[in-house]
Design a protein around this ligand. Structure first.
Ligand SMILES: C[S@@+](CC[C@H](N)C(=O)[O-])C[C@H]1O[C@@H](n2cnc3c(N)ncnc32)[C@H](O)[C@@H]1O
Length: 256
């Protein structure tokens, strides 16, 4: 009955040009789905018997290919958005005991998860002072996973504060970027300031030395190595870039 009503509502939303509700994509973890997704994070997710985890299944292989190099290391990870605490448990199992894992959430109720799989601090992702104090407590930052409010202005504030605090080679991951198309999250197709448009601007920033003279120097090169877009997830890797040189080998002077 509920499913039918949801379908009806989403059909009506489609008729009036509104995006579907999140729940339109919700389904049960059937055996067919379980067997489609394999790998470290899928194993942890599908065998979870502890706190609830919300995940889009197509994120699981992306976590594996992106985060596997950090497994078993002393990586410092901050997850924005704790909810029922389940995903902090997933990261603990995924990354191992040596990882420093912090979660932040605006809901005071999330404090009950502090000290379980990770440390939890209460505050808003659009509060720069709060974000800086959490990173200072963590002793540095290698991975940020923004799965918080998904509101465009919040995503921008968090990125602007936290990306500069990331270590060299660190990753900044933004989830649920489809909300960039939904008005209730300050979204809309090609609307300025959504996470999608914000990161598209970063692509231009990565290439600025090809447009403006004087920027191809060690001091002026950008600190973004790559921006990877998946469906609804983007992964930005921080690494100071070297000036660009186009060279021939062997050099024309030395060749016979
Ligand atoms: C999608 S849930 C997180 C789910 C969790 N990461 C998981 O995978 O199970 C989003 C969470 O973000 C929190 N949130 C909403 N606005 C926030 C804000 N401004 N700052 C920090 N957290 C916020 C909500 O309270 C909610 O718990």
């Amino acid at each position: 009955m509920r499913t039918k009503l949801r379908r009806l509502e989403n059909n009506l939303r489609r008729l009036v040009g509104r995006p579907p509700r999140f729940s339109a994509f919700g389904t049960k973890a059937s055996d067919a789905l379980r067997s489609t997704y394999k790998g470290r994070s899928a194993d942890i997710f599908f065998t979870n018997k502890s706190h609830l985890i919300h995940k889009w299944l197509h994120y699981l292989p992306i976590y594996d290919q992106t985060l596997e190099p950090f497994v078993g290391t002393k990586v410092r990870m901050l997850e924005i958005g704790v909810s029922k605490g389940g995903s902090l448990g997933l990261w603990r199992k995924f990354l191992g005991e040596d990882a420093t894992i912090f979660g932040i959430d605006i809901q005071p109720a999330c404090a009950v998860y502090d000290g379980e799989a990770a440390s939890v601090r209460i505050g808003s992702q659009d509060d720069p002072q709060f974000l800086r104090s959490v990173v200072s407590e963590m002793g540095g930052l290698d991975i940020v996973l923004d799965d918080g409010s998904h509101v465009a202005s919040h995503q921008r504030t968090s990125f602007n504060v936290l990306f500069p605090l990331l270590s060299e080679g660190g990753l900044y991951i933004i989830e649920d970027m489809h909300t960039a198309y939904w008005p209730s999250f300050e979204g809309g197709l090609k609307r300025r300031g959504t996470a999608i448009e914000f990161l598209k601007d970063k692509i231009d920033y990565m290439h600025r030395h090809y447009r403006t003279r004087g920027l191809n120097t060690e001091a002026m090169m950008p600190d973004i190595e790559s921006i990877q877009f998946f469906d609804s997830i983007a992964v930005v890797r921080k690494r100071k870039q070297l000036p660009r040189y186009h060279v021939m080998a062997p050099s024309p002077e030395s060749s016979p």
